[in-house]
Design a protein around this ligand. Structure first.
Ligand code: KG4
Ligand code: ZN
Length: 365
């Protein structure tokens, strides 16, 4: 606790509250700050679950002209927006820093220049308010978005361990066994492109624009996912993934059809590509859940916003599948505050000497 003598007791974490993991968990309000990529975000979360505010300033329009994220532009935009966003997050929660117990900040993984802006802002806030700082791994935070809920929502029961968790974002595709809070066993990862990266690259190939994931999903709506037989890399005997062969197969098909078919059947190609990615992600994750006798599956990260992925998991899994609502799948700071709560109550404190860690793997946690 920041100041044990002054710790407020929050009524939302009581024995009657079905949302709490355990009635013994101490109450804490965490301010989360996130700037690892192209979203500047701040949020206040109570007891690791209840979102009191969640403000996200997306830079997507700014980067669309470059067809991808321009790191220098991202850092400059974070500098412009970070303090107003933090201010907004506190205002929307009707709180000041005096009501906060700790500041959770994304240390990595992410773009170095972007991470530094959030880190320095968080350090400034911590120094001025004497609040403890907690450095958070962005991938772990994606997982903790599954515990979050809004004040006007009926909280669902928290995911039960052991969980098989699939993180599918723009930079990472990773399968882990989560045996308890903050406890991970690495099972597998993509050996080449991350799932989101594959969506982004294939969208570019098909001329569907940026960001690629939502563009592919939109194009695929109502199209035929069986029109093209794209390859699936099963990598039997491992929990790893590979998407570069699939991406190359789409490229080869585009080249073959160029000048032969007009217009290019981009919608059917998008649907067939999406089907191939979803098939591999869902099958391998469910197989892992069976093998490790998981009590649930957790899917998180930007690609978990994909409707086909969500529906296929729900249809095929015998154990409960926890996927955050779509607005919590892509980058946000509520997930940083959520993970920050569990790190904070387990005693993690980081000093002002903490630095960003742009390549921080989940396996080091
Ligand atoms: O987690 P995230 O917001 O940022 C990272 O930490 O990387 O993930 C962004 C990725 C992008 O590659 C984007 O194309 C993908 O998530 N994405 C989607 C969808 N929405 C976002 N991919 C497939 N279908 C979607 N609906
Ligand atoms: Zn992310």
């Amino acid at each position: 606790m920041a100041d044990p003598g002054n710790t407020p007791s929050y009524s939302s974490l009581t024995e009657e509250n079905p949302a709490s993991d355990s009635p013994e968990l101490p109450p804490a309000r965490i301010l989360g700050v996130e700037s690892s990529c192209d979203e500047t975000a701040a949020a206040v979360v109570e007891n690791g679950r209840l979102i009191l505010s969640n403000v996200v300033a997306s830079q997507v329009d700014l980067h669309a002209q470059f067809g991808g994220i321009f790191p220098e532009v991202a850092s400059r935009q974070h500098i412009r927006t970070i303090y107003p966003i933090v201010e907004q997050a506190l205002q929307q929660a009707h709180l000041t820093l005096k009501d906060i117990d700790a500041i959770a900040i994304t240390r990595g993984p992410g773009l170095p220049g972007s991470l530094v802006v959030g880190m320095n802002a968080a350090k400034g806030l911590a120094l001025g308010s004497k609040l403890p700082l907690v450095g958070i791994n962005h991938l772990e935070a994606h997982l903790y978005s599954a515990w979050l809920y809004l004040p006007d929502a009926t909280p669902s029961a928290p995911p039960e361990f052991p969980l098989v968790a699939l993180i599918v974002s723009g930079g990472h595709t990773e399968l882990v066994l989560m045996t308890d809070h903050l406890t991970y066993q690495h099972l597998g990862a993509s050996l080449d492109d991350a799932a989101g990266e594959a969506f982004d690259k294939v969208a570019r190939l098909l001329g569907l624009g940026y960001p690629g994931g939502p563009a592919i999903q939109k194009a695929a709506q109502g199209a035929n996912p069986l029109a093209f037989k794209f390859p699936r890399a099963w990598l039997e005997g491992s929990w790893d993934f590979s998407f570069s062969g699939l991406k190359t197969a789409v490229l080869r098909e585009v080249r073959r059809l160029e000048g032969v078919v007009n217009p290019m059947p981009a919608a059917d190609m998008a649907a067939s590509f999406q089907e191939a990615v979803v098939d591999v992600l869902v099958r391998k994750t469910i197989r892992a859940a069976e093998q490790f006798q998981a009590r649930g599956i957790l899917v998180a990260g930007g690609v978990s916003a994909n409707q086909a992925l969500r529906q296929t998991f729900m249809m095929r899994s015998a154990v409960p599948v926890h996927i955050p609502p779509i607005w919590l799948c892509t980058d946000n700071a509520a997930m940083i505050a959520g993970a920050g709560y569990y790190r904070f109550i387990h005693g993690q404190r980081d000093g002002l000497a903490m630095d960003v860690y742009p390549n921080w793997p989940l396996s080091e946690l």
